[in-house]
Design a protein around this ligand. Structure first.
Ligand SMILES: *Cc1c(COP(=O)(O)O)cnc(C)c1O
Length: 395
């Protein structure tokens, strides 16, 4: 097979917009944050145009993260489903998911900006661990904010973050979970403008979706080269799980301009019906939530409600503004996958291929099995992470 080029971008399409995706996106933030975020947006636009920055990023992805990640022909799954299926193996990245791509990119940026430390919030701990890891390799102090209840539930990840040299700051505000960790981290960021807020998904105010989409575009750029090298043609279908939307936009961005490629996102359907679901695009409405205009799961008065999903990484009532636009324009389709369907796919892929996907990624596998049954069509599924973290749980 030809050598795969690790690359991000294209830049032009990403710099064309100012954080808006049709009616979605933007920066709905308190005035005290405007200066910091404008500075960040400008700095990002300048820095990513520089060859040095891109080279440094790609060298770390190659030597430390282990990119390019393989595109693996899953023969047993293909035989079972009756379609030709390839798996993009983000589970093989250092730390076990796609999250590290974005953390490396943002921490490089933080260092160039002269930030004194990086801060992040975490719920299940996956983004916290990826952030602490990238902070360790790049030598910058790191604080991770976490609700007290989450810190108890995820004691192992708390220990991992501390082992990696991060300070874990627990908060006893509110329900003591992810939303309160966000509030605590934002409060700290406002008080400490020399810190760098590292956001872990394709959400939040401009410039975060733009930055995260850029750093994760490495996934789709690789996958496209790999499938063309293996098959000499584009896939008919591509699939990814959608929480906030970062691994999905990473894969999708490589194929958005190829109109013949059908794009499918699997949301955390939870129990399958509103309100016991995390399927924001399937059951939500447009609303401003945590700094951006996008779809959101809301109550009758339009206020955000807690989401529900077996997968911590998908359990979020908001969604990327770009996925909102892709849904409205019909370029991509989004489907709720229930907890049970995801668990079945988790077990099936483990048995068939010896690959245990993260319960998040299992949603994409489940959707692909549903849509591809006996179709005989070529497809790529993004396996966003590995499932070791989920094995302990009774499923
Ligand atoms: C966090 C996470 C997700 C969901 O986040 P996105 O921003 O939607 O990609 C999906 N899969 C894994 C393995 C994760 O850790």
């Amino acid at each position: 097979m030809n050598e795969v080029t690790i690359k991000v971008g294209p830049l032009e399409s990403m710099l064309a917009h100012n954080g808006t995706y049709g009616p979605y996106g933007g920066a709905y933030i308190p005035p005290v944050l405007e200066g910091q975020l404008t500075k960040l947006a400008d700095f990002f636009d300048q820095e990513v145009l520089k060859d040095d920055f891109r080279k440094e990023f790609i060298t770390i992805l190659k030597q430390y993260v282990g990119r390019p990640s393989p595109l693996y022909y899953a023969k047993n799954l293909s035989d079972y489903v009756g379609s030709k299926i390839y798996l993009k193996r983000e589970d093989l990245n250092h730390t076990g998911s796609h999250k590290i791509n974005n953390c490396i990119g943002q921490i490089l940026l933080a260092k160039k900006m002269g930030a004194q430390e990086v801060i992040a919030e975490t719920g299940a701990g996956q983004h916290g661990v990826a952030t602490a890891t990238a902070a360790a390799i790049l030598g910058i102090p790191c604080k991770v904010f976490m609700g007290e209840i989450d810190a108890e539930r995820q004691a192992l990840n708390v220990r991992r973050m501390r082992l990696l040299g991060a300070e874990v700051v627990t908060t006893n505000l509110g329900s003591r979970t992810l939303k309160d960790a966000v509030d605590a981290a934002l409060g700290y960021y406002i008080e400490n403008p020399s810190s760098f807020y590292l956001l872990g998904s394709h959400v939040g105010p401009h410039p975060y979706p733009k930055m995260v989409g850029y750093f994760q575009s490495v996934i789709g750029n690789e996958a496209k080269q790999q499938i063309l090298a293996e098959e000499g043609r584009l896939p008919k279908h591509i699939f990814a799980a959608v929480g906030g939307g970062s691994n999905a936009i990473g894969l999708f961005s490589g194929f958005l301009a190829d109109n013949e490629v059908e794009i499918h996102g699997a949301e955390g359907g939870g129990e399958g019906t509103y309100p016991n679901t995390a399927a924001t695009l399937s059951f939500g409405k447009p609303a401003v939530f945590q700094g951006t205009m996008s779809y959101c799961l809301v109550d009758e008065d339009g206020n955000p409600i807690p989401s529900k999903s077996i997968a911590a990484g998908l359990d979020y009532p908001g969604i990327s503004p770009q996925h909102a636009q892709l849904k409205d324009t019909g370029r991509a389709n989004y489907y709720p996958i229930t907890d049970k369907e995801a668990v079945d796919a988790y077990k099936l892929l483990s048995k068939l291929e010896g690959i245990t996907p993260a319960i998040e990624s299992s949603h994409a596998v489940a959707l692909a099995i549903k849509l591809l049954k006996d179709k005989g069509e070529l497809a790529v599924i993004n396996v966003s992470g590995r499932g070791d973290k989920d094995v302990e749980r009774e499923m």
